[in-house]
Design a protein around this ligand. Structure first.
Ligand code: DUC
Ligand code: ZN
Ligand code: ZN
Ligand code: ZN
Length: 461
């Protein structure tokens, strides 16, 4: 089966060239000057459109247990929504509960995902119980293609690890060449501020932001960097939201340390003003780290340009407003932490291109090529080149659309971006050569998506 994508501008981190792409079965067979081939079983006309490698969202949470409930997207609904938005790979998090093993956790997540995904997927492992057995099991995870481990400096009593535990896991990461991903917020200090706010009768959603000041993200980020320096482990800071944290990352990178960071669209486009919306509306925007004051946004865009922020992921972790966010009415600390976004990452970052904040090449790099290399998927993913999986998006840069819960495909009853006017739209999506989204709708299937066994980070010399 041969598919020819003709007449488009093929994008990579270095920009765009007019070229045709020939797909044979599941892989890219050739990228040629326009017109070299003119027949195939299927010919897709991409004239006036961008042809880019499918997006890789390296940070999602489908069916994730949190605060007595589960994130609302299943692997089926979440990966289908991802496909609609031009994301053809997700890397989700298996979550170790305290007292359980990493291997049984991984088995459990395979049970949730296998046979249910519309696009390809991999896993990171959340380590919340550091002990000799867990550290040994990190090796088994790596052998099974799970080469990155997330830890938390927040949520004492739940996911939290002490500095000593983090140090031990980092030593193991250093020994095995795996990556520690860090949720860097000082949870001990935050819990105190939360208790004080609640004790003085302040229970509304905006308190979520006010009790998690950006300085406590900066402090935790610096501490994680120091622990990584002492152990020699590579470090990836997840969902970086604060200028203080970005400065710490930039300084470490300038000194030559293997420190990387991602940010998320919500920190580029939304702010604490959303959390402060009247009534309980702000609950829609409760995620951790919290939405910040607008002043942080210019720094984050600069970080994306300078590569101190190398990846944009969504931290997609949706909870319905009606029946889930409601758990925290009157007590913001019980609002499940997370926002929907997996469907909108490519579109939202394209707005950064339209506004001149980032280049076209940088859009592709931060949303596809770098996550592929960061998490050991390159060149199978993240590039349109002979031999790569034919995960390809045809994107119409001139189309207009308005984001809304009425039209999105995520299994959640609100949009954090309701009414956002977007320039550009995904037209067609191929996942391993199969057209899964086209102007006539969704033609993929759950079960099409395969588990991706990943190599180690490809930036470590
Ligand atoms: N961190 C995440 O990365 N996702 C959901 C909640 C959290 O704190
Ligand atoms: Zn986190
Ligand atoms: Zn997350
Ligand atoms: Zn619901």
């Amino acid at each position: 089966m041969r598919t020819l994508i003709k007449g488009g501008t093929v994008l990579s981190p270095t920009g765009g060239v007019l070229a045709d792409v020939l797909v044979q079965d599941e892989q890219v067979a050739a990228v040629t000057a326009p017109g070299v081939f003119d027949t195939a079983d299927t010919v897709l006309d991409a004239t006036g459109k961008y042809v880019l490698p499918g997006g890789i969202d390296a940070h999602t949470h489908m069916e994730m247990p949190f605060g007595g409930t589960f994130s609302a997207d299943t692997f089926e609904t979440g990966t289908t929504a991802a496909a609609w938005g031009g994301t053809t790979t997700i890397i989700d998090f298996a979550v170790q509960a305290k007292g359980t093993s990493l291997v049984s956790t991984l088995d459990k997540w395979h049970e949730k995902a296998d046979g249910n995904c519309a696009v390809d997927y991999g896993f990171h492992m959340i380590v919340s119980d550091v002990n000799d057995a867990t550290l040994k099991e990190m090796e088994t995870c790596i052998d099974s293609g799970v080469t990155s481990f997330k830890m938390f400096m927040a949520y004492p009593g739940v996911f939290y690890s002490t500095d000593g535990e983090i140090l031990r896991a980092m030593q193991k990461a250093r020994e095995t060449g795996s990556t520690i991903m860090m949720h860097a917020e000082n949870g001990i200090a935050i819990d105190e501020l939360v208790a004080q706010a609640l004790a003085s009768g302040k229970g509304e959603p905006v308190q979520h932001g006010l009790t998690r000041p950006s300085a406590l993200e900066g402090e935790a980020t610096s501490r994680a960097i120091t622990l990584a320096q002492v152990t020699g482990a590579p470090l990836y800071i997840v969902h970086l939201s604060a200028a203080e944290a970005l400065s710490a990352v930039a300084e470490a990178r300038d000194s030559g340390q293997h420190v990387f960071a991602e940010t998320c669209p919500q920190y580029l486009y939304l702010s604490i003003d959303d959390l402060a919306k009247p009534g309980f509306e702000g609950a829609k925007y409760v995620a951790s780290p919290p939405l910040r004051e607008k002043r942080h946004q210019a720094d984050l865009w600069r970080g994306l340009r300078t590569n101190d922020l190398s990846v944009v992921s969504t931290d997609h972790c949706p909870f319905c407003f009606k029946d889930q966010k409601e758990l925290g009415r009157g007590d913001f600390s019980k609002i499940p932490n997370g926002m929907p976004g997996v469907e909108h990452r490519m579109d939202l970052l394209h707005q950064g291109v339209v506004a001149g904040e980032i280049s076209l090449g940088r859009w592709v790099e931060a949303c596809s090529t770098t996550p592929a290399r960061m998490f050991g998927l390159y060149p199978r993913k993240g590039v349109i080149a002979p031999g790569s999986d034919a995960d390809i998006v045809i994107y119409d840069p001139a189309a207009r659309q308005t984001l809304s819960a009425e039209t999105h495909h995520m299994n959640v009853d609100y949009s954090a971006y309701e009414g956002f006017e977007i320039t550009g739209k995904v037209e067609t999506v191929l996942s391993r050569g199969k057209v899964v989204v086209s102007p006539s709708g969704f033609s993929g299937g759950t079960g099409h998506g395969r588990f991706l066994s990943r190599e180690k980070c490809q930036y470590l010399n």
